[in-house]
Design a protein around this ligand. Sequence first.
Ligand code: PLP
Length: 442
Amino acid sequence: MTSELRTLSEGLSDAISDYVSSNPVSKSNHDKASEYFPAGNTRSVLYTSPFPLTFVSATGITLTSADGSTYLDFLSEYTAGLFGHSNERIKKAIQDVVEGGWVLGGIGQWEGLFAQRICERFGLQRCRFTNSGTEANLMTIAVAKAVTKRKKILVFGGGYHGSVLAFPDVDSQSPMNVPHDFIVGPYNDIKYIKTLQEDPTTTGDLAAIIVEQMQGAGGCYTASNDFLQSLRALADSTGAILVFDEVMTSRLHPGGLQARNGIKPDMTTLGKYLAGGSSFGCFGGKEEIMRVFNEARSDGGSVLSHAGTFNNNVISMRAGCVAMEILTDEVLENMNKLGAGMREKLNNLFVKYGVQEKVWATGVGSLMAIHFGERKGGEWTEYVKARNKSAEELFWFWMIKNGVYLARRCFVALTIEHRAEHIEQFLNSTEEFLEAWSHVLQ
Ligand SMILES: Cc1ncc(COP(=O)(O)O)c(C=O)c1O
């Protein structure tokens, strides 16, 4: 039976059977791990039904699974793998660190230089390091509350700032969220910000506004410049601290997306790729805020403690210094140009097959998301209500079958190792999918 005659559910059922029979070692690994980890994993985003693939090695942008299949990696460790899987300079830096000994329990020789490189790149006056982006955002919120002596934190529906700071919609927060006094506003809604500005019970107690300029987990939808300006104005008029969460977006321009947008926050949070693929997070910004961590201050001001055993782990520190050298403006811009071209070509393909109202790609530069559902003019929080999850899954299984690895939610991140021929392979597999299945997307 040709695929033209098959329904979406038949296609999906065949794809799953084929996936199960092609990946017995991954399945067995998953089954064993499930005896100890709930759902066999220790990182929810990596779980895919019926079981995720197990990988055993990686070179460049090629992943090898325990079942012996190779995949071109278009997930790139949810953006943290920006340098690919085996960059020679980063490998050498880590090897050197290991030779010299680790877990020093003191100040190492690299963290000061790494801080300098990060501060200069992103225009921060002072910064502090953490182990993850989640921790960077938690620290930032804590600092904002301590400095302003206020309690309310304005965030936006569709925003993701970490596993305990997730706001899938304006009216739904993760039950795991830390218990701050969050106000969850609609993303990109300038009228809402204006209304808020006139509400003294909110403005008088607003400690921080935290926003992604492009919502990474929220479907790669971007904030308009006017919306970001309205947040800057709200922070200025109320004394709240404006925080740009650039954990995902800092790779979209040499100075972070804030440099491209031309709007300066008071604080910025960072993470993902910056330590060359080792665990990392960072928060920083104005000295007048960050001085609360200055144990050496002599002005009598209050001092807060920022601890963290692995904040300066030497592997991340050394790898980070080298990563910043590798990532010249030119290298970064080339990667983002490649991504912009890829997104345009994807959207052209969706038009060619007449499915552009059912499948479309969003994003900025090297980050993008492919959506299946009912295209709406609005934001992610609108779109997700009409998401076609079965079509999304069929596409994912199709790409996996064709040796292309991407997030199950069809999120794509490029690396500095991606080249035109890799993009070509992604586009060809997508076109073959559309040839076979566009009838179920109409
Ligand atoms: C915008 C944003 N903020 C924060 C985080 C949390 O970072 P981490 O996973 O390193 O804790 C993420 C992770 O995806 C993110 O995309």
